[in-house]
Design a protein around this ligand. Structure first.
Ligand code: AMP
Ligand code: TRP
Length: 328
């Protein structure tokens, strides 16, 4: 059975882009394949953070992932820092990834422009991500379109390691959803919806109430024409709403467009579709948040399952790269 792996950072609020671009796919994959999902708290340390907030965000993200439909009985759900294997393999992969490759990562260029303290770890971030993926002999990585380059780097690192040190890693491929792969900011539809803009009117958080959701969608930036047409280059705002609705209704943006002749009607129905999609998730999130002890227990079980897989791959990588066995 194919193995699926993906990760998400516990920073900021989980938003509609995360749900449509990644989490929906994660939920579906857990029933088709052996699925491993990781809350990547070590990645969240690469930028400025508040320690208490990070702890809370990690807990609440775990609950949100379960609310969205990840079932810890079916998949493996765990927190990255609960296993030391991730940091260990990341070091080996930093030694087999070049400075030039890391310099070409657009996410690094983007994020380093936005902050006054650029940590060394922000630069080597993709090597840790590659470690996450390779530790589980992953075949498929479901992610949003923005992660394409990181998965390519992971493939290159795995192939290079295998070539230099002998067959060690499975070379994974990415899987990017057709609708919702890139949900754009409602106020600025040429940039993607993101957590950093989380407080703003352009991002729909999965915990926003129905009124807030409707308000944000009704005020979404469109354009000065009136025709409803799917054309991301010429009409990014309208196309974004069509993509969101298509993902919520399991349709295509082109066929959604055929039903509308005004922006107002499209926005109203889009808001309704999003509210209806989020209602059951929010209810379940409320229930799960009430029992943090149970969440911690489920995460510990997840970490045990993950460690069982990861420790074997790490031992193989250490052996092949030439580290002396310390077991005695
Ligand atoms: P992040 O929020 O950067 O930790 O991303 C978690 C997952 O959500 C990754 O698979 C991303 O590719 C996906 N994702 C993040 N933002 C968006 C977006 N605006 N549209 C679609 N997918 C996204
Ligand atoms: N870099 C990813 C993001 O920003 C998060 C991530 C970390 C990830 N490790 C991963 C995604 C492994 C997929 C597989 O979204």
């Amino acid at each position: 059975m194919a193995r699926v792996f993906s990760g998400i950072q516990p920073s900021g609020e989980i938003h509609l882009g995360n749900l449509l671009g990644a989490l929906h796919n994660w939920v579906a994959e857990q029933h088709k394949h052996e699925a491993v999902y990781c809350i990547v708290d070590l990645h969240a340390l690469t930028h400025k953070h508040d320690p208490a907030q990070l702890r809370q965000a990690t807990l609440s993200l775990s609950q949100m992932l379960m609310a969205v439909g990840l079932d810890p009985q079916v998949c493996t759900l765990f927190v990255q820092s609960h296993l030391s294997e991730h940091s260990e393999l990341a070091w080996l992969l930093q030694c087999t990834t070049s400075y030039g490759e890391l310099s070409r990562m657009t996410q690094f260029k983007h994020k380093s422009d936005e902050t006054d303290f650029v940590s060394a770890a922000l630069f080597t971030y993709p090597a840790l991500q590659a470690a996450d993926i390779l530790l589980y002999d992953t075949d498929i990585v479901p992610v949003g379109d923005d992660q394409r380059q990181h998965i390519e780097l992971t493939r290159d690192a795995a192939q290079r390691f295998n070539q230099r040190y002998g067959e060690t890693f499975v070379v994974p491929s990415h899987q990017i959803p057709k609708a919702g792969a890139r949900v754009m900011d409602l106020q600025n539809p040429t940039s993607k919806m993101s957590k950093s803009a989380g407080e703003g009117a352009g991002t729909i958080s999965l915990t926003d109430d129905p009124k807030a959701i409707s308000k944000k969608i009704m005020r979404a930036v469109t354009d000065s024409e009136t025709e409803v047409r799917y054309d991301p280059a010429a009409k990014p705002g309208v196309s974004n709403l069509l993509e969101i609705m298509a993902a919520a209704r399991q349709s295509t943006p082109q066929s959604v467009a055929e039903n509308y002749s005004s922006y107002g009607a499209l926005k109203k129905d889009c808001a309704e579709a999003v509210v209806a999609m989020l209602a059951p998730i929010q209810q379940r999130f409320g229930e799960l948040s009430a029992d943090s002890g149970e969440t911690a227990r489920l995460l510990a079980v997840g970490a045990d399952k993950a460690r069982h897989m990861a420790s074997q791959t790490l031992a193989r990588a250490k052996q092949n790269i030439g580290l002396l066995d310390g077991e005695g």
